[in-house]
Design a protein around this ligand. Structure first.
Ligand code: FES
Length: 175
């Protein structure tokens, strides 16, 4: 029993010593000049998105998917004219949206269901609401569907100029 108490005591001292080192480390970090701390911080991942023309409004039929690729041809996506003003919607009626069609869970290609205006995954059945900014409404994915930032010019040309989430399998959306 006595030996056991000694071991507990040694363990306690080592724990306290470790705590002292940690406290000293924190004090050093706090005492570092602001400039040095700024240099040590990791850089922000700034991504420049291309402004790509994807279609003209005349190409889009109400509630029918129009296949596109953005920000490059290896990133399949879709434009949809939903016929009512929606979140992230562009154009004169605020009803044109665009999404990546690669499932953010494990990369399966998504299918559009015109009845409930969702994109659906045949892999593990995640579902994404196109009227609600690609919000996941069911399934395994842990993020919403990447939605395009769209701009429509006065000729009706539809441009994608960014994405609000990371496309599945990429470290950044622009290579
Ligand atoms: Fe789409 Fe798993 S790949 S839910």
């Amino acid at each position: 029993m006595d030996r056991c108490n000694k071991l507990v005591d040694v363990g306690r001292r080592q724990f306290l010593r470790g705590g002292a080192f940690a406290a000293a480390g924190m004090a050093t970090a706090v005492a570092m000049p602001a400039q040095a701390q700024t240099k040590a911080a990791p850089g922000l991942a700034l991504v420049e998105y291309p402004s790509n023309k994807l279609a003209n409004i005349a190409d889009l039929k109400p509630n029918e998917p129009f296949d596109v690729g953005y920000p490059d041809e290896n990133a399949p996506g879709v434009l949809l004219k939903l016929g009512m003003k929606v979140e992230g919607g562009a154009g004169p009626d605020g009803d044109i949206v665009g999404f990546s069609t690669i499932c953010p869970h494990k990369g399966f290609p998504l299918n559009y269901n015109a009845e409930d205006r969702t994109l659906n995954c045949p892999g593990h059945y995640s579902r994404f609401d196109c009227e609600a900014g690609g919000q996941q409404i069911w399934g395994q994915a842990t993020q919403n569907l990447p939605q395009y930032l769209l701009r429509v010019d006065d000729k009706g040309d539809v441009f994608a100029e960014g994405l609000d989430e990371l496309i599945y399998g990429r470290l950044s959306n622009v290579l």
